[in-house]
Design a protein around this ligand. Structure first.
Ligand SMILES: Cc1ncc(COP(=O)(O)O)c(C=O)c1O
Length: 389
């Protein structure tokens, strides 16, 4: 009997992400510019750093209450009201270890073995793993044909085809990896169909601060009674390493989330919570600065890529561009990404790493410095021209 056969199959049967294989192939290429990472290149806000240092020096280094420090819960509640017109009192919020733990706590709370979860694709690769290890079964919906926008008809079809077994929908907008986001009407249509079918919505809105034209509309304003809202400071405040996210939802669900969250982590790091609290209280201007910088990088990169024939649909959010490889190049997304890395010395992530609908695409993150973006764009353009002769 092998060790694996004695372990939990929900863990041992998870497929490794192609991103790791790709990373192994390209990481040692000298001089490569990596546009693969999903994190802003900005430092964390000064106010967050100072608050954390002060917290350490004044010995704020003991356990925090399980749902989070009162200060941070207040600041999350104020932030959600100020930015998205949401009304979540403190007892409807749980501070988590990154948005990742918010997702895990949400699915731990709502899923029973065999429950199905609709996941629009292409998707953030961790979603599949998180749903599966909590006993759920993802139903992938390919949105590529609809410019990467989920429609109510797609949800209804999946519900009808899976008679009574769909428990929830996992949404993510602005979307990783496509950079696409939704208008009010698009979000409202999704909220309505989920209400009609009584589906939970886990709404991952970690890129909500990075919408370049128009405003982010939170699912929680449209469907508060069924939505578990996932967000955090990792992306919005460039604080990926502090590991602070949060989950907000209806009181009658959050009281059970609290049990799951406590069993997973007890509470998030106290010092990180102090830092996140200061970031939310004092960081609005910093977000604006980042957003403007990303918009400039996006515009530059978009113009360069489209000038040599890449098609990029609606990159109005997050800091990703999901570029369709021109037909006269190698459209196998993995092969193209390897060729680009080896010859142009620019790394993007192969589109097939993000589930169905990603073949023929490559994802670039433009959260790198403007110098790197301009150099990368220049290299890609020259490479494509050289292939064409
Ligand atoms: C869509 C999405 N959700 C969640 C996360 C994880 O966020 P955190 O670092 O706060 O756990 C990421 C990180 O890349 C992401 O892209």
């Amino acid at each position: 009997m092998t060790i694996e056969s004695k372990l939990n199959p929900l863990i041992t049967q998870v497929e490794p992400s192609p991103i790791r294989e790709f990373d192994g192939l390209i990481s040692n290429i000298p001089g490569i510019i990596k546009l693969t990472l999903g994190e802003p290149d900005f430092p964390s806000p000064e106010a967050a750093k100072e608050a954390a240092i002060n917290g350490i020096n004044t010995n704020k280094t003991k356990y925090a209450p399980s749902p989070g420090t009162p200060d941070l819960l207040d600041n999350i509640s104020d932030y959600l009201k100020r930015r998205y017109d949401l009304d979540y009192p403190k007892d409807q919020i749980s501070v988590t270890v990154g948005a990742t733990e918010a997702l895990a706590s949400a699915f731990l709370t709502i899923l029973q073995p065999g429950d199905k979860v609709i996941v629009p694709n292409p998707m953030f690769s961790l979603y599949d793993t998180i749903i599966k290890i909590h006993g759920g079964e993802p139903i992938h919906i390919d949105t590529a044909e609809n410019d990467f926008i989920l429609s109510p008809e797609m949800i209804q079809k999946a519900v009808d085809e899976n008679d009574g077994q769909v428990k929830a929908v996992l949404l993510n907008y602005p979307t990783n990896p496509t950079g696409v986001t939704w208008t009010y009407d698009e979000a409202k249509a999704i909220a309505d169909i989920c209400r009609e079918n009584n589906l939970f919505v886990v709404s991952d809105e970690v890129y909500s601060e990075f919408v370049y034209d128009g405003e982010h509309v939170s699912m929680a304003t449209l469907l508060p009674e069924l939505t578990l809202l996932v967000n955090g400071v990792s992306k919005s405040h460039s604080m990926t390493g502090w590991r602070i996210g949060f989950l907000a939802g209806p009181e009658n669900i959050m009281k059970y989330v609290a049990i799951g969250h406590q069993s997973l982590v007890t509470t998030a790091s106290t010092v990180s919570q102090i830092a996140a609290s200061a970031a939310l209280e004092f960081g609005d201007d910093y977000i604006v600065e980042m957003r403007e910088a990303f918009k400039e990088r996006r515009d530059y990169f978009y113009d360069a890529l489209t000038s040599v024939g890449f098609t990029i649909k609606n990159p109005n959010g997050a800091f990703y561009m999901f570029a369709e490889i021109p037909e006269d190049l190698n459209q196998d997304s993995f092969q193209f990404a390897v060729e680009l890395a080896e010859n142009a010395k620019v790394a993007g992530v192969p589109g097939n790493a993000f589930g169905v609908g990603g073949e023929n695409y490559i994802r670039f993150s433009y959260a790198a410095s403007l110098d790197e973006i301009t150099e990368a764009a220049d290299r890609i353009v020259k490479y494509v021209q050289s292939v064409r002769g």
